[in-house]
Design a protein around this ligand. Structure first.
Ligand SMILES: [Zn+2]
Ligand SMILES: [Zn+2]
Length: 52
């Protein structure tokens, strides 16, 4: 990751998409294709939205 600082998350994501090829969010929900930064946030999402 570069040493630039970002004022907010949207700016960071835009920079990342433009300048870096590697994905920032590596954990993808297989039900709705949303990406998450951590395994924990993905499992939280799943338990919240995909309980079955
Ligand atoms: Zn960068
Ligand atoms: Zn989902």
């Amino acid at each position: 990751m570069c040493s630039q600082t970002f004022t907010n998350r949207a700016t960071l994501l835009r920079h990342y998409a433009a300048k870096h090829q590697e994905p920032l969010f590596n954990f993808k929900c297989d039900k709705c294709s949303i990406f998450f930064k951590t395994k924990w946030s993905l499992s939280t999402h799943k338990s919240k939205y995909h309980r079955d």
